[in-house]
Structure formats: structure tokens, C-alpha cells
Design a protein around this ligand. Structure first.
Ligand SMILES: Cc1ncc(COP(=O)(O)O)c(C=O)c1O
Length: 311
């Protein structure tokens, strides 16, 4: 039994599932629901909570070391969890040129939450998965430090995201989610699949991943993450790679106009780097006639906008 208690964080689970009226879906006989994972916790919104929860239980109060870029949501969430639950955190940040400069607002929040920041050059950062590089980083960390990979995606994170699929199973036929590392999609698809005892005719929902990075590597990653988490493939999932808008953190006038319009229609602030791309993909697919009438669609709102990623 693990004694480490996450309940002081008081997550809002299951997260709300809100039907929205949107004529771009209604006119094709589709229904749209927003899975409001952004409301799970103010400091660990969306997939941050789902991916960190089992890792923090496994760390059991030991120091946690993890990795991220200068604007990493994952670093901020880990730092906040450390402050709220009282364990030390170390953030390995990509880019040693940042070391001598004033911290940007995102890293300043990490530092204010007590995270020790270690800036490393890009070559070291790229090699962080190699045993020698990791050992060198851990030499400067306290003994027994628990390591969470970049973006928080490991087998425990994928298992934590299974619950997202379970919360939606039976309520949605297709669930769209934005993908970075693919960990959230890997768990979501598994949770949507009918349980071992379910009659085959009932079927399960399928997950639709919208990658926000360019590259076409994500399918392999999702398969590897499912293998690590479950020992094999789980659930039904597909990717549509057309909506990354040029790559990570790239946006543009079309995406911006889409997001502002969605915000005006539904009174909801939209995070641009992941959630806007996913919604843009889902609306485009609906308009292309990709879903038969009667399909119940859910869009996972995996995060909330930060002042730093708003124009
Ligand atoms: C808001 C938001 N949505 C989606 C994702 C993608 O998650 P994953 O890396 O598990 O694919 C991230 C990154 O963690 C994120 O910050």
C-alpha cells in the first residue's frame, strides 16, 4: 500500500462533461461535448493531473526531477504539486543560455514554487534519456530522486489517463484530444475500450489524436507507450496530422481567428498551443463530413490558457 496522499490537492473528478450548441456540428446531425479537464485543478489542469497523479504516488514524497522547455506547462504543474504536497522539485530546463537571464514568467512561477532550476545545453538535453547523462544530472540531485520524463509521459502517466477514457466510455463515440508526446491519447484510448466483460456488440468509443508537432512519429510513440503501460495495444485510436499549424508553438492568423470565434460562440477561453489546434481539427473534420449523423463527439479540453501563451 502506498501511503502518499494526494487528497490535499482536491481534484475535481470526474471532470465535467458539457454539451455545447454549435451549428457546425448540429447541421450534420452531430453532437459536441466538451470534457472540461481544464477544471480538474487550478495548478494541475487537464492531463497534468492525470499524468502526474500515479507518478507522485510512486515518488511517495521523495524529490522529483523532471524536464521541460522554458515555457513548459509540465514543469509548472510539477513545481506547483511540490509546493502543495511538500516535496522538493528539480526542473532540468532546455537551454543553458537562459541561465544568466531574468526568468520568464513561467520559470519564475516554477522558482517561486520552490523548484530548483538546472539549465542545460541543448545537446545534453537531447541526451537526457541516456544513462550516462541522466546519472550526471542525478549526481547533483538528492539521493532517491524520482525521475519523471519530459512532458510527464511514462507508463504510469498513460495508466493515469485511462480514467479519462473511463469517464467518457458510453457517453461519446469519438473523443478528440491534442497530442504532444501521445501519452494522454494512449491512456484515453485504453479507457474508452469496453471492459473485458462487455458484450462485443456494445463496442467502445474511439480516440482521435490531433498532433501539435510536425513529424509523423507519433503513431510509433503511442504504440510504445501502450506497450510500456499495458504490455500491448489497447482500444481504438487514429491520428489526423493536418492541424499542427507548422509545428510546436506555431500558430497563425487562421488558428487565431478560429480560436477567437470559438471563444465568442461558447464563452470559454481557449488555450492556443494544444486545445485550439484540436478544436480546429474537429470542426474541420465535421465540416468535411468525416462523421456519420448521430455521432456523439467529445473534445477534451486538456488545458487552460496561460497569460504567457495569449497574444
Ligand atoms: C494543454 C495540453 N494539452 C495536450 C497535451 C498533450 O499531451 P501528451 O504529451 O500526453 O500528448 C499537453 C502536453 O502535455 C498539454 O499541455
Amino acid at each position: 500500500m502506498n501511503a502518499f496522499d494526494l487528497s490535499p490537492l482536491r481534484p475535481r473528478l470526474p471532470s465535467p462533461l458539457e454539451p455545447v450548441e454549435d451549428e457546425r456540428f448540429a447541421r450534420r446531425g452531430l453532437t459536441l461535448m466538451l470534457k472540461r479537464d481544464d477544471l480538474i485543478h487550478p495548478d494541475l489542469p487537464g492531463n497534468k493531473w492525470r499524468k502526474l497523479a500515479l507518478n507522485l504516488e510512486a515518488a511517495n514524497g521523495r524529490p522529483v526531477l523532471t524536464f521541460g522547455g522554458a515555457y513548459s506547462n509540465h514543469l509548472r504543474a510539477t513545481a506547483a504539486a511540490g509546493r502543495l504536497l511538500g516535496f522538493p522539485t528539480i526542473g532540468v530546463v532546455r537551454g543553458d543560455e537562459l541561465a544568466g537571464r531574468p526568468l520568464n514568467p513561467s520559470l519564475a512561477r516554477c522558482a517561486a514554487d520552490g523548484m530548483r532550476l538546472e539549465f542545460v545545453d541543448r545537446a545534453t538535453y537531447r541526451a537526457k534519456g541516456e544513462p550516462a547523462t541522466l546519472a550526471a544530472l542525478l549526481e547533483r540531485a538528492p539521493a532517491e530522486t524520482y525521475v519523471v520524463p519530459e512532458g510527464g509521459s511514462n507508463a504510469l502517466a498513460v495508466r493515469g489517463c485511462v480514467e479519462l477514457g473511463r469517464e467518457l466510455a458510453g457517453a461519446a463515440d469519438v473523443v478528440a484530444v491534442a497530442c504532444g508526446t501521445g501519452g494522454t491519447l494512449a491512456g484515453l484510448a485504453a479507457g474508452l475500450a469496453p471492459g473485458p466483460g462487455a458484450p462485443p456488440a456494445e463496442g467502445g468509443g474511439r480516440a482521435l489524436g490531433i498532433p501539435v508537432l510536425k513529424g509523423g512519429f507519433l503513431g510509433t510513440e503511442v504504440r510504445a507507450l501502450q506497450e510500456a503501460a499495458f504490455g500491448g495495444a489497447r482500444g481504438e485510436w487514429a491520428l489526423d496530422e493536418r492541424f499542427h499549424c507548422g509545428g510546436y508553438a506555431r500558430t497563425g492568423p487562421v488558428l487565431e481567428a478560429f480560436a477567437q470565434d470559438f471563444e465568442a460562440r461558447h464563452g470559454l477561453a481557449i488555450e492556443r498551443l494544444y486545445v485550439a489546434k484540436m478544436l480546429h481539427g474537429l470542426v474541420t473534420l465535421a465540416e468535411e463530413g468525416a462523421f456519420p449523423a448521430g455521432t456523439r463527439l467529445a473534445a477534451v479540453v486538456t488545458g487552460a490558457p496561460e497569460p504567457t501563451d495569449r497574444p
